[in-house]
Design a protein around this ligand. Structure first.
Ligand code: ADP
Ligand code: MG
Length: 541
């Protein structure tokens, strides 16, 4: 049953070659120090087992220990090869008395293997073991049948033996190569998984720590990812947002445009910027600028859409202010033109009034007319100053006088509208350093607003008192329609008006005048409950 012996030998051999390889592919062990010694010893053990499994045929006792030795030379180098070879020889000598041919054969083969190994160091392992096997076969043929002259009746035996060894080498070589390949694949996959993990955590870090909103949609427009920044910017939790139909939170005026842009992107497959308003949890509208980027698969079909949005409310506001100030500078220019046109006829009128005054000295009307004409002149120059800053001429003046003048000036108009002024001054000297006409203008604007707020008439209550920080507090309380609380912060913005024929410049001019006089203005009001305007101006010491 020689075939059975072959099979047992080869199976045993395969098992012992594959065991360490399998262990290595499962366990990520550190490479051993002096690996060649340990592997040489292990391979020596394997060859001893194979020697113990040797069998008899045609008067010879033989085994496949040389297959192990050739592979060790090819894969682990001459050091390990010598260790394996020596153990194999010892085992061989222990089981057989025929020492002479075994030792001679061993010496010759080992010398050849060491020499050939040296010459094939830079070859690939497969090529190396094939060359080593070839050299072994040639050495065997030269040494055993020719030099030792051990040709028996049947030379087929030698062929059979060499075939046996070759099969062993091939089998071992294929196993080693396959496991190597497997090991490399596993290692590569582990490396790729690690790189993937690293890059994913890197992108996650970016996505989760940006103030921009990052959203990923699949081809059916279902949301597959929302960055946590959505929670901060929109107020909703990511879980809530995933459940809501996002179109419902888009401003009704923007929905159509929004949908059109999406279908355009789906058609053209090109990235596009979209601007829209989205409702915050608290109800306020936030303006967004977003870029939609379709991500294509290999068949050029949209697989995902990546949407990156940014809150541009602040920017929009700044743009609006810029626009307003541009408008304002145009108005300034216009005002300059109008002022110029008004001044010429005004000079003529003034001249005639002065002439009239000289002729009718007893009549005091001309003085009043003259002072009012001067005011018109000043207002026109104030209009001029809207666009450009102007140096002002400061004088000491009593606020009581300025207030009285303004009230008197407005009295005829107020009477007609059934409006009364009531004044209470807590003190008499409220001197400030100011540009008188500007302060009158300030009061005039505030009174005009108060009067316009009381179409059915009423009382305007004026108070003057000293504050604790050496300032004068001027309170003007009306009984008008009042101002909704949420609109109070907007007062003083250029062109902000709720009146049909308003200009929205009155309070803006007031704010400018107060700023020039280092004062402050504040409003207290409730709808339908009258308005209290409080102006604080520093008193002159
Ligand atoms: P305009 O009077 O031309 O509208 P203003 O700058 O003077 O512009 O005033 C801006 C807006 O502030 C007004 O349109 C009005 O709605 C509101 N406002 C100002 N003062 C009062 C007030 N005393 N009572 C009610 N509303 C006021
Ligand atoms: Mg006004």
């Amino acid at each position: 049953m020689i075939l059975l012996d072959y099979l047992i030998n080869l199976s045993m051999f395969s098992l012992m070659v594959s065991t360490p390889l399998i262990i290595r592919s499962y366990l990520n062990l550190k490479p051993l120090k002096h690996l060649w010694i340990w592997t040489g010893l292990y391979a020596g053990g394997v060859s001893s087992v194979l020697v113990s499994l040797s069998f008899q045929d045609q008067g010879y006792t033989y085994d496949i220990r040389y297959a192990v030795i050739i592979l060790v030379f090819a894969y682990l180098g001459p050091g390990a090869g010598m260790i394996t070879g020596s153990i194999a020889l010892l085992s061989r000598l222990m089981v057989s008395d025929n020492w002479f041919p075994a030792i001679i054969g061993w010496l010759v083969v080992m010398t050849v293997l060491v020499v050939i190994q040296k010459f094939t160091v830079h070859f690939q392992p497969v090529k190396r073991y094939l060359i080593l096997l070839g050299s072994y076969v040639v050495t065997y043929i030269i040494t055993v049948p020719i030099v030792l002259n051990v040709i028996r009746d049947n030379p087929v035996f030698h062929l059979q033996y060499l075939l046996f060894i070759s099969i062993g080498v091939f089998l071992g070589g294929i196993m080693i190569e396959s496991y190597e390949k497997l090991y490399r694949i596993i290692k590569e996959r582990k490396r790729m998984e690690q790189t993937l993990d690293e890059s994913e955590s890197k992108y996650r870090l970016i996505a989760e720590n940006t103030s921009d909103l990052i959203m990923v949609m699949d081809k059916e427009h279902a949301v597959s990812y929302l960055s946590p920044s959505h929670e901060v910017v929109l107020g909703y939790s990511v879980l809530e947002l995933e459940k809501i139909d996002l179109c419902k939170l888009i401003h009704p005026d923007d929905v159509v445009y929004f949908r059109e842009t999406i279908s355009e992107i789906a058609k053209s497959k090109e990235s596009k910027p979209v601007e829209f308003r989205f409702q915050h949890l608290t109800g306020k509208w936030i303006e967004f600028e977003s870029r939609w980027m379709p991500v294509m698969n290999d068949d050029q079909l949209i697989e995902h859409i990546v949407i990156i949005s940014r809150d541009i409310s602040e920017r929009k506001k700044a743009e609006e202010i810029l626009l307003q100030s541009e408008k304002l500078s145009i108005v300034g220019e216009l005002a300059a033109g109008v002022a110029h046109e008004i001044r010429n006829p005004l000079t003529t009128i003034k001249g005639f009034v002065q002439l009239y005054g000289k002729e009718n000295e007893s009549n005091e009307i001309h003085e009043l007319l003259l002072s009012e004409l001067e005011r018109i002149e000043t207002i026109t120059s104030e209009m001029l100053s809207l666009g450009k800053p102007q140096a002002i001429q400061l004088n000491r003046a009593n606020l009581c006088d300025l207030m009285d003048h303004t009230v008197e000036f407005l009295s005829p108009q107020a009477n007609m509208k059934n409006i009364q002024f009531s004044r209470s001054y807590l003190g008499t000297d409220f001197f400030i350093v100011c540009e008188k006409n500007q302060i009158k203008q300030l009061f005039l604007n505030v009174f005009k607003n108060a009067m316009e707020a009381m179409p059915k008439g009423g009382n305007i209550d004026i108070k003057l008192k000293k504050g604790i920080d050496g300032e004068c507090i001027i309170s003007i309380q009306d009984e008008g329609c009042g101002i909704p609380e949420e609109l109070l912060p907007r007062l003083g913005e250029p062109f902000y008006t709720l009146k049909e024929k308003g200009t929205g410049l009155g309070l803006m001019i007031c704010h400018k005048i107060i700023k020039q006089h280092n004062g402050t203005i504040s409003y207290h009001s409730k709808l339908n409950n009258g308005t209290l305007v409080e102006i604080k101006l520093p008193l002159a010491n």
